[in-house]
Design a protein around this ligand. Structure first.
Ligand code: ZN
Length: 64
């Protein structure tokens, strides 16, 4: 029998995971977070405790 260890190659490009500092909820950036788009920004909120995690600007066409 061939006894080889099946070692899975970890995904190199790992999706960023967000953690809620308030309740510890963890989910990938495109997970079950409540995303609210307001004023050119995306606001990420926790679906469990509604803690606001982070905001990031929407992709806007940059003109240089
Ligand atoms: Zn939370």
């Amino acid at each position: 029998m061939c006894d080889r260890t099946a070692q899975k190659v970890s995904t190199r490009v790992q999706k960023a995971t967000l953690f809620c500092p308030s309740c510890g909820h963890a989910s990938p950036i495109d997970g079950d977070w409540v995303i609210e788009r307001t004023g050119g920004e995306e606001v990420y909120s926790c679906p469990d405790c509604a803690e606001q995690l982070t905001t990031r600007p929407l992709r806007v066409p940059l003109c240089c």
